[in-house]
Design a protein around this ligand. Structure first.
Ligand SMILES: Cc1ncc(COP(=O)(O)O)c(C=O)c1O
Length: 390
């Protein structure tokens, strides 16, 4: 059976250049990066190189502003709770958006239980946070603003620089979840005035289980893991050298190939939109019309249910994702689409297609051919169709 993977925003394959960087770290340069002998020093040099590569790619001032973590979720949790705790004596109010990844939202929920106040800003129908809303939400007690760079469900790119500037006008720390932004848009932490930023390797052809938090020198954060001097004693534990080596290489490549990948992915996305518009009626593209990354395309198929589309596509070897979560047998539409005021019945038919650097036009032809059949079949048995909604 033909297989097509259109779920690159969930994770990607590991590129051969990244694998080549990682392989020697398993059985040749296998020392503990903390050991004092030559094996340790060799491993430590690899970790330093990865840190330098990442710092350089995001234009951090110093490599010691990069702290390795187990991924984006850990970096988000650490940034939100660690910064909030470190500045608790100054105030206990945090501003974020209603479309953040759950790593940010759930960390904020935990802080609320500890007595913090959190403002969840609304977004417009395209998924954009209004900079004026950020300004109006600021209080004397606000210590942290966290707004994601690129949304993982619809691909909308936020006006980060303006939001960061607003935060700094009031002496507030600005954090961004850039897990979907690295390799998709240009990130310059100094120019964009970012104080803290979460990153992950496995969305950019790197290994799973590794990421980083960029933390501008001078920004306070509570230590995350006690028990070791690693990561300047903020996150103890033996460093996963192969993963870190792969992550460093993956970030370097992602930034090196940014514009060529953007061009390629934009062409693929436009080809896909053209084809589905030609073959499938009653669809709606969700997200910003222009201010969005080319790799993510969220489409609602009216009178068809997202999970059913996903499963029928999977039977034909095609991998996509829905954003909705099935809780207690009730299909909850995605919190992102809801925040964008998309009616539940449209949100429930939403599918996220996320393209990768190996997606071809012939993959798209195959997907659209199968998708047209799947959607037609589901619509033929949908109660909405029977009720004469269309
Ligand atoms: C925007 C965003 N933030 C955070 C994460 C979590 O990253 P990780 O899988 O590395 O924990 C993801 C992963 O889907 C994401 O898309």
């Amino acid at each position: 059976m033909r297989k097509v993977y259109l779920d690159n925003a969930a994770t990607t394959f590991v590129s051969s250049e990244v694998m080549a960087e990682m392989l020697p770290c398993f059985n040749t340069i296998y020392g503990n990066a903390n050991s004092l002998h030559s094996y340790g020093r060799e491993a430590s040099a690899i970790v330093d190189r990865a840190r330098d590569r990442i710092a350089h790619a995001i234009h951090a001032k110093k490599s010691n502003e990069i702290y390795f973590t187990s991924g984006g979720t850990e970096a988000d949790n650490w940034a939100i709770k660690g910064i909030a705790h470190a500045y608790a004596s100054k105030g206990k109010h945090i501003i974020t958006s209603s479309i953040e990844h759950h790593a940010v939202l759930d960390a904020c929920k935990q802080l609320e239980k500890e007595g913090y106040e959190v403002t969840y800003l609304p977004v417009d129908k395209h998924g954009l946070v209004n900079v004026a809303d950020v300004l109006h939400a600021i209080k004397k007690t606000t210590t942290l603003i966290s707004i994601m760079a690129v949304n993982n469900e619809v691909g909308t790119i936020q006006n980060l620089k303006a939001i960061a500037k607003t935060a700094h006008d009031y002496g507030i720390i600005f954090h961004t979840d850039a897990v979907q932004a690295i390799g998709a848009v240009k990130i310059d932490v100094q120019d964009m005035e970012i104080d803290a930023m979460s990153m992950s390797a496995h969305k950019i052809y790197g290994p799973k289980g590794v990421g980083a938090l960029y933390l501008r020198n001078g920004v306070q954060i509570e230590n995350l893991i006690a028990g070791g001097s690693q990561e300047r004693a903020k996150r103890g534990g033996t460093i996963n050298v192969p993963a870190v080596a792969g992550f460093g290489k993956a970030v370097e490549i992602a930034v090196r190939d940014l514009s060529i990948n953007q061009q390629k992915l934009r062409a693929i996305r436009e080809y896909f939109i053209g084809k589905i518009e030609e073959k499938i009626p009653y669809i709606q593209v969700n997200g910003h019309p222009h201010q969005k990354v080319p790799s993510i395309l969220n489409v609602s198929f009216e009178m068809a249910e997202g999970e059913s589309i996903l499963m029928l596509l999977d039977l034909e070897g095609i991998a996509v994702s829905t954003a909705s979560a099935c809780t207690s047998n009730v299909l909850e539409p995605s919190h992102v689409l809801r925040a964008m005021s998309i009616p539940d019945e449209i949100a429930q038919g939403a599918i996220r297609f996320s393209f990768g650097k190996n997606t071809s036009k012939s993959d798209i032809d195959y997907v659209v051919e199968v998708l047209a059949k799947v959607v037609a079949k589901l619509r033929s048995i949908s109660p909405l169709t029977k009720a004469g909604r269309r």
